[in-house]
Design a protein around this ligand. Structure first.
Ligand code: NDP
Length: 246
């Protein structure tokens, strides 16, 4: 069994997840990088190792629930421990409510919400065995204030906040914390094709920089998953340049 804390980061192949994996490895965790695509994960693991960090790779489709449970159990078995779970993998399938199909609804709910339930359920046992756990679920400001065209996405992300509060209550006595980080608009593939009208609106309501960077989210995740954050649980922290403050 490794002495390092072991972290699973889902959706690590690019964007915010890649930044989170890189940051947790720089902070001394062994990071298990998870997504559907092997190539970018291998590149990331090599980059982490070349920088002196420790990483391994698992491919997993987070909408395949049996595969998710198996992936978490395998990591705990292979590494002999599981300390940190960052549920970051996510998709959008935007449409206005009148046009939204059942498949668009189900795909987003399954990938962004049900997968998190399945992963946390599988992670709870090894974390309880280790008497330590840090769960961080990546929500969204869309789940806090809504966003036209994202009924499915906002429902999933808002669902994460209630889910996270509940497991924080259930698992707190076992020294397992659970929090959400809710990013605002962050420069990644997910936001690169936003229409100008949307980015102009964001520029008008954000108090600091226009768009955030993946590292802004990684820094927040690094703190809530650290040993120092044992008194922080059940919270949703918006990292959004002040967009949703009231
Ligand atoms: P990207 O689209 O850049 O990356 C998404 C990541 O999720 C990829 O690594 C992708 O990997 C993985 N992924 C998607 N579907 C699956 C699946 N079924 N199984 C496994 N992995 C999957 O998104 P971002 O980095 O922008 O977003 C990361 C998280 O942050 C998401 O949960 C998103 O909702 C949230 N967020 C992002 C915001 C933003 O402005 N960018 C704002 C608020 C929240 P692969 O395709 O290789 O499987």
């Amino acid at each position: 069994m490794t002495d390092q804390r072991v972290a699973i980061v889902t959706g690590a192949s690019r964007g915010i997840g890649r930044a989170i994996a890189t940051r947790l490895a720089a902070d001394g965790r062994h990071v298990v990088c998870v997504s559907r695509s092997q190539g970018p994960l291998d590149e990331l693991a090599k980059e982490i190792q070349d920088a002196g960090g420790s990483a391994s790779v698992k491919t997993c489709d987070m909408s395949d629930f049996d595969a998710v449970a198996k992936m978490v159990e395998e990591v705990a078995d292979e590494q002999g421990r599981l300390d940190i779970l960052v549920n970051n993998a996510g998709i959008t399938k935007d449409n206005l409510i009148l046009r939204m199909s059942d498949d668009e609804w189900d795909d987003v709910i399954n990938t962004n919400l049900k997968s998190v339930f399945v992963a946390c359920r599988a992670a709870a046992r090894p974390m309880m065995r280790g008497k330590f756990g840090r769960i961080c679920n990546i929500a969204s400001t869309s789940g806090l204030v809504g966003n036209a065209g994202q009924a499915n996405y906002a429902a999933a992300k808002s669902g994460l906040t209630g889910f996270t509060k509940t497991i924080a209550r259930e698992l707190g006595k076992k020294n397992i914390t659970a929090n959400c980080i809710a990013p605002g608009f962050i420069e990644t593939d997910m936001t690169k094709d936003l229409p100008a009208a949307v980015t102009d609106h964001i520029k008008g309501v954000v108090s600091t920089r226009d768009l955030g960077k993946p590292n802004d989210i990684a820094a927040a995740v690094a703190y809530v998953t650290s040993d120092d954050a044992g008194f922080l649980t059940g919270q949703t922290i918006a990292v959004d340049g002040g967009m949703t403050m009231c």
